[in-house]
Design a protein around this ligand. Structure first.
Ligand code: C2O
Ligand code: CU
Length: 436
């Protein structure tokens, strides 16, 4: 079903003067509660093992500084570009900000040239673990280091005394080839944590491909997926967690009296070792049953679900075909047989309930990321999602898989919908969502 006829009497904002305040599309006015400056510079990153990366950094560090705000805060971030020759932007991955604050070069703003700056303003509404990254030539800029963590704490502070570790997994092109890292380190990081301390690990996959993580030495709960809290998190033990590109998990446990080790199975030499004295050893856990967030917990109410009436339904078939990129033969990544910019956009009207079915016929996984909205997982491979309602901003669709997703069209603007394997996004797998 394609877009229906436009009723201009009810929706005059597409032509002439907007019938609603423009502030719906731009960030809120007023005095910010939190202010940050992100300065992009060219950098040389030297990993712990001595290998080097031709990098770009925010504020001289990779990952960029942790932006931590409280729910309800009006946040103002100034991006300053001090690179020699790299126009850039900042996108708030997973935050459903007003359209003009989304940081997409060529769509919601021009890329900020070297010497320039740009101010972003948005209200922190979604509690949880998010991240920010460049959205200009992102397949190279994010890869080189232009990303960082973003955490929104609840308006009502939770229990005191929680030790938090924010861990971003990323792969760098180094002088010795691809290197998997955690917080840009390729060696084991040790931290002392007193037994009995509540611990929260905020795990971010800032890489293109899915990663597998293990947590050895303790039972744990997955308490949030893509920033959103999940209900009835069960105790997991010796479980392998698959995290798609762009996605996040919050893991929680109580520190035992013996070491705990977080491991990215692509970088078993790296990792995070927590122990009472910051010493000790624990072998990385290298296998275990896989956690599937669509099938655990207990169902909870959602504003809409599989039985709902959908105003629009879209089918997206992901595939690959041989083609050329930069004059070289490559696989191109297609949506409904087209490569960007030739993929017809999805058109919706404000307020509509929209269903999107994504099927992956290609030979690799695609972490599909819709800007400005969160999607509810209705089913995976024909199995209805029975677990906790799962609201995602990035849905990793493995080769051969299909997902039914739903969202409410409640954030008018022009939005990107693309594969968060940023190389795939650059090589075809990018489309847009627009409001009539
Ligand atoms: Cu995290 Cu369009 O990106
Ligand atoms: Cu992809």
């Amino acid at each position: 079903k394609g877009p229906g006829p436009v009723d201009h009497s009810a929706h005059s904002h597409g032509v002439g003067l907007p019938d609603r305040p423009l502030t719906r599309f731009t960030g809120p006015a007023g005095k910010p509660d939190k202010r940050f400056t992100l300065i992009a510079t060219d950098a040389k990153l030297t990993l712990s093992s001595g290998t080097t990366v031709d990098a770009i950094a925010f504020n001289g560090q990779i990952p960029g500084p942790e932006l931590r705000v409280r729910q309800g805060d009006l946040v103002e971030v100034t991006l300053v570009n001090r690179t020699a020759d790299t126009p850039t932007t900042v996108h708030w991955h997973g935050l459903d900000v007003p359209n003009a604050e989304d940081g997409v070069a060529g769509l919601t703003q021009n890329a900020v040239p070297p010497g320039g700056s740009h101010v972003y303003r948005w209200r922190a509404e979604q509690v949880g673990t998010y991240w920010y990254h460049s959205h200009q030539a992102s397949s190279t800029q994010v890869r080189r280091g232009l990303f960082g963590p973003l955490v929104i704490d609840p308006a009502q502070p939770g229990p005191a005394g929680v030790r938090e570790f924010v861990v971003a997994a990323h792969v760098f092109d180094t002088d010795k080839g691809d290197t998997s890292t955690l917080n840009a380190a390729d060696t084991l990081r040790r931290e002392a944590v007193a037994p009995g301390t509540p611990v929260r690990i905020r795990l971010i996959n800032a890489d293109n491909f899915r990663k597998y993580f293990t947590l050895a030495g303790t039972p744990f709960k997955v308490t949030a997926v893509d920033g959103g809290a999940v209900n009835a998190p069960t105790d997991l033990y010796r479980t392998k967690l698959m995290l798609g590109g762009g996605g996040r998990y919050d893991l929680e446990f109580t520190m035992p009296s013996a070491p705990v080790r977080l491991t990215d199975l692509a970088a078993v030499g790296a990792g995070l070792l927590l122990s009472p004295d910051g010493q000790g050893e624990l072998a990385p856990l290298t296998d275990g049953p896989e956690f599937d967030a669509t099938r655990y917990g207990s169902p909870a109410a959602t504003p809409f679900g599989p039985e709902s009436h959908f105003d629009r339904s879209f089918d997206l078939v992901l595939d690959n075909r041989p083609g050329f990129y930069d004059g070289q033969p490559y696989y191109l990544w297609t949506i409904n047989g087209h490569v960007s910019p030739h993929v017809p956009m999805l058109m919706v009207r404000e307020g509509e309930l929209v269903k999107v079915t994504i099927s992956n016929r290609s030979f690799l996984e695609h972490p599909m990321h819709l800007h400005g909205h969160h999607v509810l997982v209705l089913s995976r491979n024909g199995h209805r999602a029975t677990g906790s309602p799962l609201w995602l901003d990035t849905v990793t669709v493995l080769s051969g898989e299909s997902y039914e997703l739903a969202f409410r069209a409640d954030n008018p603007g022009l939005w990107m919908d693309h594969c968060h394997n940023l190389q795939h996004a650059a090589m075809g797998m990018t489309m847009h969502l627009g409001y009539e």
